[in-house]
Design a protein around this ligand. Structure first.
Ligand code: CO
Length: 131
């Protein structure tokens, strides 16, 4: 697997986006994901992507993350061409999954999250995408 993007929680997506644009990143897509309670911007520079996440309300996963830990790195996402197989492999190894089944995420990709306790405190996202 390869790193697909770094997810960053922010209280101000527009201002965070302007800063990454100064680093050479450009907006690839901006989406409102109501079921996850976030406004998300995918920024791209070459093959690298950064996903900015701004909660739509305090009582959402990213809203609670910001309240507890403040703005900053929220998750690492890894690309896999077969997310169901990757999930089964992790589950068989004893990993604690947030999502037992893949669900639609940003850009229509199937995604699934693995609990931070599995990766030393880092929330891991699997994304079904071409490497
Ligand atoms: Co993500």
């Amino acid at each position: 697997m390869k790193l697909h993007h770094v997810g960053i929680a922010t209280t101000d997506l527009d201002s965070a986006q302007a800063r990454y644009e100064l680093l050479g990143y450009r907006l690839e897509a901006l989406e409102l994901l109501p079921d996850q309670g976030v406004r998300a911007a995918m920024l791209k520079s070459g093959a690298d992507r950064i996903e900015l996440l701004e909660p739509t309300a305090p009582q959402t996963p990213v809203g609670r993350f910001l309240e507890k830990r403040g703005p900053g790195v929220h998750h690492l996402a890894f690309a896999t061409t077969d997310i169901a197989a990757a999930l089964r492999r992790l589950q068989a190894s004893g990993a604690r999954l947030v999502d037992e089944e893949p669900r639609p995420g940003f850009g229509g990709h199937l995604v699934a999250f693995v609990h931070p306790s599995w990766a030393g405190g880092v929330l891991v996202e699997l994304v079904e995408a071409e490497p």
